[in-house]
Ligand binder design. Structure first.
Ligand SMILES: *Cc1c(COP(=O)(O)O)cnc(C)c1O
Length: 495
């Protein structure tokens, strides 16, 4: 291949682009989309054997060959996220509008760190952020930025919270001077079922994971407000300094939503930054039926929301929203080569100052195209359908003898256990469920998750696929039974 057919802008380059995109698109449809099972079941070792040839040969094989090879070896052994029986994690089937947007944004290759690298993208990202602030009923003056996902959003929110606290309470400019002596006593409060990235952020922020104080949850897996009050009193009495309260809107295992209004009250009384991790549950805001789950989110200082989960956009795509856009000042940055003075004078947005990234993808195009294509109602129908399917799955599990529902789902995560024999003890149940999950993946008929609930290994469906039906859920239960029977026959695990 020569430069002429490697780059856009010449007749042969443009033709090569069309042809290779078509080749790649055909491969996605033929190999990935229409397979019978969500996975081929290859082991890591077998996959390693597939990729033995040199990654960087002296001479290339040509683009067609390279695409075909990637299709045969990589796509065919990928988990088919669009298969209704791919139901393990918060990994969505990406919707076609998002895939089309992804193709455009990748080809345009805009980078959001400066206006002259991304003119329309810069302006549009701010518009999309504005629409999201409206979706969560944040007030005028709210602002935000796109991120790589919940991890980065949670980190950045807690960074701003920490630095605002240190600035206001200890007159310390953390950006310039680093942490103040009082940092030893800074605390982040979240529920015991908050996502691990809250603790990870505490580490990355130099506070240490021990700075995270976990509040017990109630029977619904939501933060227990009485326990929160007791925790805050205790921290006060000890001279510890909580600065941030993290509410979770959609826990990973149960989809439960903390009582956000009560948390907002506590945050206001105690001068805490109130962050809501709505990476999973934020999409409920689209729905007339389920939007109430998020009541109180409009009082948050910051909100993390992921589009690569219940908004059905391809990875990666997330956003951090701030109630008061001025809070970005705690990480303000001016790089003369990215935002020259004459840009500032002309009111050109300076997005690099709002992000922990420099070069940054134009991921906002994906929700933009999806929003314009489907409207709020169209998106809400998808969310509503999967929440309904989760309820159906729960009823189905309840009605069987050999399965038990661990908890009524709040969103679309359904946690359950396979208990093939009545009276089977928890250790045996743990063993069987763990073995069945592994067998399912090896067999490729269904991809389900495992989790621990009160020390007992359980299984989890995360039913994100709007095309999935109760019959698909039933098929997965049958696959679990088959695996259980096979294991019993082979090893006497169940028998
Ligand atoms: C997925 C998730 C995260 C992590 O987000 P990434 O997009 O994977 O970085 C954090 N919190 C919650 C509640 C999540 O569901």
């Amino acid at each position: 291949m020569s430069g002429d057919d490697l780059f856009l802008g010449s007749e042969s380059g443009d033709a090569a682009y069309r042809e290779s995109m078509e080749r790649a698109t055909d491969a996605v449809v033929d190999i990935l989309a229409d397979g019978e099972n969500p996975y081929t079941g290859e082991s890591a070792a077998a996959l390693a054997d597939l990729f033995e040839e040199p990654v960087l040969p002296e001479e290339g094989a040509g683009l067609d060959a390279a695409i075909d090879e990637a299709a045969e070896r990589v796509l065919s052994h990928s988990v088919a996220t669009s298969n209704p029986r791919c139901a393990a994690h918060l990994q969505c089937p990406p919707m076609v509008p998002g895939l089309a947007a992804e193709a455009m944004l990748t080809a345009a290759n805009q980078s959001l760190d400066s206006f002259d690298q991304a003119p329309a993208a810069t302006v549009l990202e701010e518009r999309v952020v504005g629409a999201l602030c409206d979706l969560f009923d944040l007030p005028d003056g709210a602002d935000g930025v796109f991120t790589s996902g919940g991890t980065q959003s949670n980190f950045q929110a807690l960074l701003l919270a920490r630095d605002r606290c240190c600035g206001r309470r200890f007159d310390r400019d953390v950006q310039a001077e680093g942490l103040p002596p009082e940092a030893e006593s800074l605390r982040i409060v979240c529920s015991a079922e908050a996502h691990f990235t809250a603790a990870q952020a505490a580490h990355h922020l130099g506070l240490g994971e021990d700075a995270v104080v976990s509040v017990p949850t109630d029977g619904e897996h939501r933060m227990d407000v009485d326990a929160l009050d007791a925790t805050l009193d205790e921290l006060d009495a000890r001279g510890d300094r909580p600065f941030a309260l993290v509410g979770t809107a959609g826990t990973t295992d149960f989809g439960s939503v903390d009582p956000l209004s009560e948390l907002a009250d506590r945050a206001a009384e105690r001068d805490l930054w109130f962050h809501v991790d709505a990476a999973y549950g934020g999409a409920a805001a689209l729905s007339d039926e389920h939007g109430h789950l998020l009541d109180g989110i409009e009082r948050a200082d910051s909100v993390a929301v992921d589009f690569h989960k219940l908004f059905y956009q391809p990875v990666s795509c997330g956003a951090l929203l701030l109630r008061d856009g001025d809070d970005f000042e705690w990480m303000a940055r001016n790089a003369a080569y990215l935002n020259p003075e004459d840009h500032e004078d002309a009111g050109v947005p300076n997005l690099v100052a709002k992000s922990v990234q420099t070069t940054r993808r134009f991921d906002a195009l994906k929700p933009y195209v999806a929003f314009r294509a489907l409207g709020r109602e169209g998106l809400a129908r998808l969310v509503d359908a999967t929440l309904e399917l989760a309820d159906d799955a729960a009823s189905l599990l309840d009605s069987t003898e050999d399965f038990e529902l661990v908890h009524e789902p709040t969103l679309n995560a359904v946690v359950f256990r396979y208990r093939p024999r009545e009276g089977m003890n928890d250790r045996a149940v743990s063993r069987v469920n763990a073995a069945v999950r592994r067998r399912l993946l090896d067999d490729g008929r269904a991809v389900v998750a495992r989790t621990e609930v009160e020390g007992v290994t359980s299984l989890k469906f995360t039913l994100l696929n709007p095309r999935a039906t109760p019959e698909d859920v039933e098929a997965m239960l049958d696959a679990i039974r088959d695996c259980g029977d096979e294991l019993a026959a082979e090893r006497g695990v169940v028998a």
